[in-house]
Ligand binder design. Structure first.
Ligand code: ZN
Length: 303
């Protein structure tokens, strides 16, 4: 039911913004309603692969790998999409897996994530086909994979496909890793050095810390030191730009639970902060101005 409310929210927002004629935002449900895709208008795709709660008995539980759900990351992804829509007047693409991680893992390859079960595979395929559609519609921009961790330190972990060990590098050895990171395409466009893009004052971690959310990497936590850290998984690697630069960059955001995703108030506060931070970060490093993107789209739209 809440997803219907969510779609109605977008519809009302579009109407209030005068976008109704050209922006019909509604959820598309796929694979027996186990995947929800909300098509967007911005060069920003938000995916939540591990927030699902559906546990149909006709799909066997997975026997290998992690099966713990990233609690409330589905709700946080919706809050984030709505917060961005309120800020800039356009909608991110949103892709949610509603099947519990016991049944499918959409942040693994198909066989690992489904164990070969045909129904789980249908969900896995629908999830990735929705991201493929979102990428085709967006043309360029950010793919953001949203997760939740339960590590002892309640930091926001930002995964750019660099390991904790690699993040301990500095200077030229660190810069040499730009091409294998998920930020390869914007490492070329950012006015900042790669090191500052990762953990300078205007890095994602720097901006989040300034707003009150301890993060790693960031100016105060340059790299994870003797603490567990998620570097970014299958989706981040799959949807970054490959060797042929297609204009996409990617990151995995792992959210702690306390103060970030544990209550509706905290989810809203974090979503609004992250929306503001992403707008600023994308404009500075990638030259993508989310509000202007939407305004340009409106000008060019049909009457
Ligand atoms: Zn996860």
């Amino acid at each position: 039911m809440r997803y219907r409310i969510h779609s109605v929210f977008f519809a009302c927002l579009a109407f209030a913004s005068g976008l109704w004629a050209e922006t019909k935002v509604s959820s598309v449900f796929l694979a027996g309603r186990t995947v929800e895709y909300v098509p967007g208008t911005l060069p920003l795709i938000i995916a939540a692969p591990h927030g699902g709660q559906l546990e149909p008995a006709d799909i066997p539980d997975r026997k290998d790998g992690v099966t713990t759900r990233d609690a409330e990351t589905d709700l946080l992804a919706i809050e984030l999409a709505e917060a961005i829509a309120r800020r800039v007047g356009g909608q991110p693409h949103l892709v949610l897996c509603h099947l519990h991680r016991k049944k499918v893992d959409c942040n693994r390859d198909a066989l690992t994530g489904t164990g070969g079960n045909p129904k789980a595979l249908a969900t896995w395929r629908a999830f990735h086909e929705a991201i493929g559609k979102a990428r085709a519609a967006a043309g360029h921009g950010l793919f953001l994979d949203l997760h939740g961790h339960s590590h002892p330190a309640p930091k926001v972990e930002l995964g750019y496909l660099l390991s904790a060990e690699q993040l301990q590098e500095t200077g030229p050895p660190l810069s040499a890793l730009a091409q294998i990171s998920s930020l390869a395409s914007i490492a070329r466009t950012s006015p900042d050095s790669f090191e500052r893009l990762l953990r300078g004052p205007r890095s994602l971690g720097g901006l989040l810390e300034s707003a009150g959310y301890p993060s790693v990497p960031s100016p105060t936590s340059l790299s994870p030191v003797e603490e567990p850290y998620f570097r970014g998984g299958y989706n981040t690697a799959r949807y970054r730009s490959s060797g042929l630069d297609d204009g996409f960059f990617a990151l995995q955001i792992e959210c702690p639970r306390p103060g970030v995703r544990d209550t509706p108030e905290n989810r809203l506060r974090f979503a609004e902060t992250l929306a503001a931070v992403l707008e600023q970060w994308m404009a500075h490093h990638a030259g993508i101005r989310l509000g202007i993107t939407e305004r340009a789209g409106r000008k060019g739209g049909s009457e």
